[in-house]
Design a binder for this molecule. Structure first.
Ligand SMILES: *Cc1c(COP(=O)(O)O)cnc(C)c1O
Length: 387
């Protein structure tokens, strides 16, 4: 994940962390498949693991076609270009999220219009979307933030009634459930990231999923230099090279086999944090959300602390770092970042208040309840005595 400006000192201290923010678990299966791919000689972007990973991941999510990409950001770019988004169009994007969806909208020449958060689950909702609709709106990128699904039914209905393209950004929510179904099967296209801190990792990597064979064709064409597969070096359109390697896909196939187990583990971590925080802070914190209609996968356990503001938070984070605990601030609203400032309409009160008070804690497979106690004890101590 890209570091934000204010944490640049933080990186140098990383070896000191007893509790890192995230930690991929790579096992025997990952190693075996990786060596199998290596030994086959198919180390570039052709090979059996690519086809297998695309199919198995699409099946797991409950979609039809998988198009593996070099990372989650290129997956989003492909989804936008394949949807015909460009100059003159507006695309609704959450104000509170990782930067890449907004950047990729700009990359197409379209305008990202930043949408406020739902105050209960922090992602966008149908009402905050409606506030920003215009004649030019062509698409919505719904991000399932921090492992929590957005309330999809009313969003899908709105998009259908207004003829808008719905792109799901599932980079933080592999395997999360909305009303019992996995996110990533609801939009016209969904995009995943397999970066090192995500629930399923291939190092770098990503994927687009779709049920529509004509969109699948477009996505593949765009990903592979716009090259006509029947006629060598014939490029009917301008494309990219956004491919994943067979080596990455080999790791992905193995990671997929352990994903449900890992989700159970993250959910256990989520429950432990929630009860431990409640015991120590009472009602002075807002735990990581989990709405009754969702199964959150707690990508990075994130809470709001009433007494926090961005300055106190940086102080808190450096104290925690001294205790060997790595943290992240919640995302800054994109509307506050230099390339996006200056549009008064963009002000989103829920996104701002969530962003001011949020902090993410270490979340990974293998974090035990005793570790969680150490972390929440340190957090409570510091909040009460040092802020
Ligand atoms: C991680 C992430 C991405 C980008 O994925 P990369 O693989 O790092 O390019 C996009 N959107 C969200 C919400 C993310 O968290």
């Amino acid at each position: 994940m890209a570091e934000n400006v204010q944490s640049s000192n933080f990186v140098a201290q990383r070896p000191r962390f007893r509790y890192t923010l995230a930690r991929p678990v790579l096992g025997e299966q990952e190693r075996d498949y990786l060596l199998e791919a290596f030994d086959s000689g198919w180390i570039s972007s052709a090979g059996e693991f690519i086809l297998r990973f695309q199919k198995e991941f699409a099946d797991y999510i409950g979609s039809k076609y998988g198009i593996a990409t070099s990372n989650g950001t290129t997956a989003i770019h492909l989804a936008l270009v394949a949807s015909g988004i460009g100059k003159g169009d507006e695309v609704l994007v959450p104000d509170l999220t990782f930067i890449s969806p907004a950047n990729m909208v700009l990359q197409t020449g379209a305008k990202p219009v930043l949408v406020d958060s739902n105050k209960d689950y922090w992602g966008i909702d149908v009402d905050t979307i409606k506030q920003k609709l215009s004649e030019r709106t062509r698409a919505v990128i719904a991000v399932h933030l921090y492992g929590h699904p957005v309330d999809l039914d009313p969003i899908v209905e709105l998009c259908n009634s207004k003829n808008l393209i719905l792109i799901e950004d599932c980079a933080e929510a592999h395997g999360a459930l909305y009303k019992g179904k996995r996110v990533g099967g609801f939009g016209h296209i969904s995009c995943f990231s397999f970066y090192g801190n995500k629930l399923l990792t291939t190092g770098e990597g990503g994927m687009c999923l779709t049920r529509d064979p004509s969109i699948e064709e477009k996505l593949k064409l765009l990903r592979d230099h716009g090259a006509d597969r029947k006629q060598h070096f014939w490029h009917p359109i301008i494309g990219y090279n956004y491919r994943m390697t067979n080596l990455q896909a080999a790791i992905g196939c193995a990671q997929l086999q352990s994903l449900e187990k890992r989700i159970e583990n993250y959910r256990m971590v989520g429950r432990e944090y929630a009860s431990s925080l409640k015991e120590k802070f009472g009602s002075h914190v807002t735990p990581h959300p989990e709405m009754p209609w969702s199964r959150c996968v707690f990508w990075m356990y994130t809470l709001l602390i009433d007494s926090l503001d961005p300055i106190k938070r940086e102080r808190l984070r450096s104290y925690l770092a001294e205790e060997g605990i790595e943290t992240r601030p919640i995302f800054y609203p994109i509307s506050k970042l230099p390339p996006y400032q200056g549009d008064a309409e963009m002000s989103n009160p829920n996104a701002i208040s969530i962003s001011n008070k949020g902090i993410s804690l270490p979340t990974y497979e293998g974090l035990e309840s005793t570790d969680i106690d150490v972390i929440t004890n340190a957090l409570h101590e510091l909040v009460v005595n040092k802020l």
